[in-house]
Design a protein around this ligand. Structure first.
Ligand SMILES: [Zn+2]
Length: 490
């Protein structure tokens, strides 16, 4: 190599290295603590639980009228407004819609946190905001199904599942969403839902706190440019999530559903990302999962603004494990039950389903399945080898009201074989946290160990009562632990 050739080579090397550094800077992802402090700073304080309603959101929407373009897109079946909030003046259009299922509100909370973040200025987040503002045009439609949200139910006031109404558009809410997509023609779309808390990451006991999907646009589940972009963006979001909830991200089945919005919006040319918020132990009101939504949406918007999703591979998307629906609240292993005078050891899988009660909930325990339960995972599991099923009784004496019974007294009654106590004053449906069944209108309670039964019974070793199962809650009678019980009066 001659000397001037060598200099040229050196120059070339410098050029290559320079390009690489510039690229890396451009593709650098946001660091997670930086985003986490943004959440803490901009979290909307007016939303504190997941059963908020349309009326609660209206002042929060109006609050942003100076920074966002606010448009009423139409009205729900019962006449509630559905509003879009637009922000940014960039060329890449992104649409985000939440709560088409009325009882799936986690992402709605995160969107309001995001509005506060985007609206602010004069802090360490300015460069991120400016990047988003100049690269993206965002259209947010929070709470597409306000009538469902009003009573915290999945379906709308016509009892239609909006996510099966993308084509027929029988519901005004579906028409609104479809029109918004068609007139805006976003490059990217975020379809924001909640899933049951019983989703796990396949073959593991880990709860799928977040599930993701780049929905299919045809039965063959092919991958085109549009769907591929969604998959790559999900890879970046998953990397962030793995830092905070390792092993707790699941990927949804991509079977094509011809009536669903996600699948069709993908088909209509918008790279569509489904986020499903599941459960997280100790986070009944999903405030931590709200934060995760805030983080991954911001992460995704940054990826889209910088096109850094291009660095990710579709293979990495497929490497995200599938989700499964194998979690239950309690597994009782090898409990002895007696039938026809013979004893059989059975495993019981119990779930405690939520029921609405104004702004909160109570649970109803249910025996989901029994026999060999090795394919299920329990949030709580107990080995009942050597213990037998035993019925409980109702205490003969009536208490004045709920306040007249303490937790300690309730536990003492359990130890004596009573699972239910009666009260004079109070009404069915009143909420309480006592570890015993409270009866007002009813004289007795349901119980059993077969599928569909109410799990109210004792686990006994001979005559000694070791555990009480009360409405599906496990209570260790020797060492009762502190736990939050969501009970109601019968
Ligand atoms: Zn949903």
């Amino acid at each position: 190599m001659k000397r001037n050739q060598f200099s040229l080579f050196l120059l070339f090397l410098v050029f290559i290295i320079g390009c690489k550094t510039a690229n890396e800077e451009k593709f650098e992802s946001l660091n997670t603590p930086f985003l986490e402090s943004a959440f803490e700073k901009f979290k909307e304080p007016a939303i504190t639980h997941r059963r908020f309603r349309h009326a609660d959101l209206q002042p929060l929407i109006q609050k942003h009228q100076n920074s966002f373009q606010i448009t009423e897109l139409g009205k729900s079946v019962e006449g509630r407004s559905i509003t879009s909030l637009d922000w940014g003046k960039g060329s890449t259009k992104v649409m985000l819609w939440s709560q088409m299922h009325g009882n799936e509100s986690t992402a709605t909370m995160a969107l309001f946190d995001l509005f506060n973040f985007l609206e602010a200025s004069g802090d360490e987040y300015d460069s991120l905001r400016n990047l988003l503002k100049t690269s993206l045009s965002l259209k947010f439609i929070p709470m597409i199904n306000p009538d469902g949200a009003e009573v915290f139910q999945r379906r709308n006031a016509l009892d239609i599942d909006l996510n099966r109404d993308a084509i027929s558009q029988i519901s005004p809410e579906a028409v609104i969403l479809k029109n918004a997509r068609d007139s805006f023609e976003p490059e990217f779309g975020f379809n924001l839902h909640d899933q049951q808390v019983y989703y796990n990451v396949v073959n593991t006991a880990k709860q799928a706190t977040i599930s993701v999907l780049a929905p299919a646009y045809n039965y063959e589940t092919e991958i085109n440019e549009v769907r591929g972009r969604a998959m790559k963006t999900i890879v970046g979001m998953n990397r962030l999530l793995q830092e905070l909830i390792p092993g707790q991200v699941g990927k949804y089945d991509d079977a094509f559903e011809p009536r669903a919005f996600g699948d069709n919006i993908q088909k209509w040319g918008t790279s569509t990302i489904l986020i499903e918020s599941g459960g997280y132990v100790g986070d009944a009101e999903k405030q931590y999962i709200r934060k995760l939504n805030f983080l991954i949406i911001l992460n995704a918007l940054h990826q889209i603004a910088t096109q850094s999703y291009e660095q990710h591979s579709i293979d990495e998307y497929f490497a995200i494990p599938d989700n499964d629906l194998q979690l239950v609240d309690l597994i009782i292993k090898e409990m002895q039950v007696e039938v026809e005078g013979k004893k059989f050891p059975v495993d019981l899988a119990i779930r405690r389903r939520e029921n609405n009660a104004d702004s909160t909930f109570y649970v109803t325990g249910n025996v989901e399945d029994l026999g060999d339960m090795q394919v299920y995972f329990g949030f709580e599991e107990i080995d009942a080898t050597g213990l037998s099923f035993k019925e409980g009784k109702v205490f003969e004496q009536e208490f004045e009201n709920l306040a007249a019974i303490s937790s300690e007294e309730a536990i003492e009654l359990l130890r004596q074989g009573y699972l239910g106590v009666k009260i004079k004053n109070g009404k069915p449906g009143d909420l309480h946290q006592l570890p015993i069944l409270i009866l007002q209108s009813k004289k007795d309670f349901n119980f059993g160990w077969k599928t569909g039964s109410s799990p109210n019974f004792f686990l006994a070793e001979g005559d000694l009562l070791k555990y009480a199962i009360v409405n599906g809650y496990l209570i260790d009678l020797e060492n009762p632990k502190e736990q939050v019980l969501k009970q109601r009066v019968f």
